[in-house]
Unconditional design. Sequence first.
Length: 114
Amino acid sequence: MLELDEDTKAKLLAEANLLVRMGKPLREAKRIVWEDYLEELAAYAAAAPQAPETDEPAVQDEPEEHPPLPPGRPDLAPPGRWFWDAKDEPKLTPEWLERNRQQLAKVKRILRSK
């Protein structure tokens, strides 16, 4: 059985009382809050990195392959990563802008009709 500190007990009781004010019976509210707490605790425990049980140092495999840096300013990117650059993006054409405006107007008409 889990032993909780007073602060945690108070927080769980406050959550249960909130559910009671929303119309849940006290027993059901406490059950819901407890199950949520256990799920969060399990998720936290699963996300925590597990320490290796052996005393052997961790052996790294070969370094990961990274995509090549784009031409331009590779000196700004840290090793193995590259940043988004607006120059690499396609240019906005008048046709694209007009189509985008038409689609936006269509969405606005739909929203006004509701």
